[in-house]
Ligand binder design. Structure first.
Ligand code: ADP
Ligand code: ADP
Ligand code: ZN
Length: 218
């Protein structure tokens, strides 16, 4: 089962993917995490991506598609995957269709987590991420049990450079221009399930799990 989590920056994709990964036993494939991993390892791809990430812009489609394809071809994605942060443009959506078709697979559904912009800034300005396993936390909505330390792996938490308000605003503009059109694209393909993302984390998880299970039975 190949699922896409669609939603603006801060909608809760990473938070919810973690839960879905556990319940559905599918790997979580997050393009942003893959870029940050490349950045940490100072690969050529990482250095290229950084220029775009620092400005809140999208990394070019060709390198992004190649990176995700490489990830999906690893054996742990054989039974499916939960894609988070990819696709973000129409060209990437077409790239995804093509790479899955080449693997003899297809996309089963797109879970769209809907959250209004005002709420996103509030979420991102207090987001902390585990340096080791990328789990997201929030100082108010999801504090770690011990300050600055990841509940899952004991890693150190940090704030992303691109979560500062100017960059968040740039990312939201990019989202509305380039990614939001995918909502209609997938609705027309009959793949879209819209979920209200404004409730607390547990409520949104329950809605997403129900939606994912309905898709599995289809
Ligand atoms: P968030 O979870 O806040 O939406 P991500 O971690 O998904 O942010 O992405 C961080 C940055 O990485 C983006 O602002 C962009 O520069 C780059 N990026 C991630 N995914 C993609 C993608 N599919 N296409 C192009 N750029 C991407
Ligand atoms: P995305 O991957 O879509 O960019 P995250 O999962 O990283 O979003 O969530 C963004 C921030 O909002 C994090 O600090 C997270 O702890 C917090 N958050 C996620 N879901 C909720 C929710 N339903 N209510 C309040 N805060 C949330
Ligand atoms: Zn961790």
């Amino acid at each position: 089962m190949y699922l896409v989590l669609l939603g603006s920056p801060g909608a809760g994709k990473g938070t919810q993917a973690e839960r879905l990964e556990e319940e559905l036993h599918l790997p979580h494939v997050a393009s942003g995490d893959l870029f940050r991993e490349n950045l940490r390892n100072e690969t050529e791809l990482g250095l290229l991506a950084q220029e775009y990430m620092d400005r809140g812009q999208l990394v070019p489609d060709d390198v992004t598609i190649a990176m995700v394809q490489d990830r999906l071809q690893r054996p742990d994605c054989d039974r499916g995957a939960i894609l988070d942060g990819f696709p973000r443009t129409q060209a990437q959506a077409q790239g995804l269709d093509k790479m899955l078709a080449d693997m003899g697979r297809r996309l089963d559904g797109v879970l769209y987590i809907a959250v209004p912009d005002g709420e996103l800034v509030r979420r991102l300005s207090s987001r902390w991420i585990c340096r080791q396993c990328q789990t997201p936390y929030h100082t108010i909505f999801k504090p770690p049990a011990k300050g600055g330390v990841c509940d899952v792996c004991g890693g150190k938490l940090y704030q992303r450079d691109d979560d500062k308000p100017e960059t968040v605003r740039a990312r939201l503009r990019v989202y509305h221009q380039q990614t939001a059109p995918l909502i209609d694209y997938y609705r027309q393909a009959g793949l879209l399930v819209k979920v209200d993302g404004t409730g607390d984390i547990a409520t949104v998880s329950a809605s997403l799990l129900e939606a994912a299970r309905n898709l599995m039975e289809r």
